[in-house]
Design a protein around this ligand. Sequence first.
Ligand code: AMP
Length: 562
Amino acid sequence: MSAPLLGQMMDVPLTLPSLIAHAARHHGSAQIVSRRIEGDIHRYTYRECEARSKQLAQALIALGVAPGERVGTLAWNGYRHLEAYFGVTGFGAVCHTINPRLFPEQIAWIVNHADDRYVLFDITFAALVDTLAPQCPNVRGWIALCDESHRPPMRTQVLCYETLLAAQDGRYTWPELDERSASNLCYTSGTTGNPKGALYTHRSSVLHAYAAALPDAMGFSALDAILPVVPMFHVNAWGIPHAAPLAGTKLVLPGKDLDGKSLYELMEAEGVTASAGVPTVWLGLLAYMRGAGVRFSTLNRTVIGGSACPPAMLRAFEDEYGVQVIHAWGMTEMSPLGTLSKLNWAQSKRPREAQRALLEKQGRVIFGVDMKIVGEDGRELPWDGVTFGDLHVRGPWVIDRYFRQESGSPLVEGWFPTGDVATIDPDGFLHITDRSKDVIKSGGEWISSIDLENIAVAHPAIAEAACIACAHPRWTERPLIVAVKRPGAAVTREELLAFFEGKVAKWWLPDDAVFVDELPHTATGKLQKLKLREQFRAYVLPTALAVEGCPFDPAQDAAKRG
Ligand code: AMP
């Protein structure tokens, strides 16, 4: 076979510093607005952001950080954190964003596993750093993201970010990096076992940024102002800090105040057109807006993901406030974007309710990601919108293996098994029905806990709900609803159970409902079903007791199920 004819185009590597360099050069005056921990609003441009990112790179090099080494961050969404995104990665070091909402022991484990050289932290986390420092002996220094006048009183000896930057002149040229070198490190939230690290490359992050910016993805434009509520410590805020400079989009960074009122006021003051976050945040925003009787004057769309967006929330945004909801699915191992719910031309001509039914799903893949559902035998299942299967994905921003994990690659024949259970319909729309360990297996058939939760929260008296499997002597498992009432609202168990009738197949109807004051959540705001299942391990469903001649010990049965 003759050698292939090679193309004759420039071999320019895809690297993160090129994003901020582009924004500084071509969208130099576009703004980055931050609500600071110090309490005020900070405002500067991409040009200034690049200059200070270069100063940070110089400062870290002066501290002896070498390319490939990890620099951790414990910080909210703000301009200094953004500078770390580019200053750390820009000279070849790895920006390791750490979720401060995890338990200190988990954070210490992560810092040690990542082998972070330095950790940059917002001063809100001063006490946390005092707890962590003795447990993380390999960290050479902790850097407080503030100036000398805001340096917090601490037991740990810390460096001051602004002092480090002031010592550098910013005359620095980003080096040419290998696009396959590591750029960012994020750990999964880890509801079971130790967290696992996803180590992204410059190339994967830039390709992901291109994809995120596409019109049928988040649709970034230089005309937009985007406010990521999703934290920069959670999967790089879904890639927004990379996609915004790529498109020259104004960035509005909300800091630590994520309550409905603070978010609403910032959105209005800065003319925010797009936002992104997990459903829990939007619950707070909607509750505030209803209470205060206010409306958005500029927001036109919001990306909701991280957990399933309840259809009731989608309707509230669209019908009450005229804001388009883009339901998105992804995961840390996928940088994180996989699918988004955007209609194509033909779908947009269907009746409104048919459109809604599609938009409530997690949507179709963006170019770069491919997906399939497989059965227990590993064979691909049909895209009929009914058949459930294990969801597998592949693509240039999907992990090949976990960071420093000896057990080898998790891939199955080149595909990453997501651990999610889903259907795919003939339109190619993905519908996540469960995490594989949360799905309810009733008499050999699967019941989607997410679908039942969505119905429960559509009830006007319910604020939040979880659906878990409960042991059952005849069906193996049956659904139990655990719900939190809205403040001041009244609803009985019977009324809530009756609310499901006619909305799902008869055999999907929950067997029981109980009310609790609050539900357990992970550090990233997801329902902690494992914990809830443990809480309800000994719970006996009334339908289980009714099974004639089949008494059983529910605790023993639960133990069998693990
Ligand atoms: P994380 O890596 O912490 O972002 O968690 C990823 C997991 O969150 C996915 O594997 C899903 O189980 C869940 N998830 C993310 N987005 C959605 C969504 N839109 N609907 C349902 N589950 C979601």
